[in-house]
Design a protein around this ligand. Structure first.
Ligand SMILES: [Zn+2]
Length: 136
């Protein structure tokens, strides 16, 4: 009698764990960058009185720092969408990780909605934010 495999393989398991980790990093990334720039602003404001050229240099470094920030943000998004597509292909919700049934949305055939947590995803794995519940 063949052994019944209940748990996913290690590759599938670590892919899911990696997606959850990347998703959490991507969720916290904008706040981390904002705090870094806030600290840079405070340091630049203090430097105006002590070392004006340092404040000017800090402004230049902050502007040039936007390039790697946007690159990291783009790479994280690409990685998250790729890992989410793998979960969607297995019928697992990328948000809650439960083996929920993903149903096609009514208004668009290329998007999925989880029946368990109501999160919605496009066919390329992009997480669609829930619509604003407050009326306009
Ligand atoms: Zn879900």
């Amino acid at each position: 009698m063949p052994r019944l495999r209940i748990y996913p393989s290690r590759t599938v398991y670590y892919s899911g764990v990696l997606h959850t980790t990347v998703r959490a990093i991507r969720a916290a990334f904008p706040v981390c960058v904002f705090v870094l720039y806030l600290l840079a602003f405070i340091a630049a404001f203090a430097m105006v009185f002590m070392l004006p050229i340092g404040a000017l240099g800090l402004v230049f470094v902050s502007l040039m720092g936007l390039i790697p920030v946007v690159m990291v943000w783009t790479i994280l998004g690409m990685l998250e969408r790729r890992l989410a597509r793998a979960k969607l292909a297995r019928g697992i919700c990328p948000a809650c990780g439960r083996p929920a049934r993903m149903r096609a949305r009514g208004d668009s055939a290329s998007a999925y909605a989880c029946t368990a947590c109501e999160c919605e995803f496009t066919a390329n794995g992009e997480d669609i934010a829930l619509p604003d519940p407050t009326p306009a």
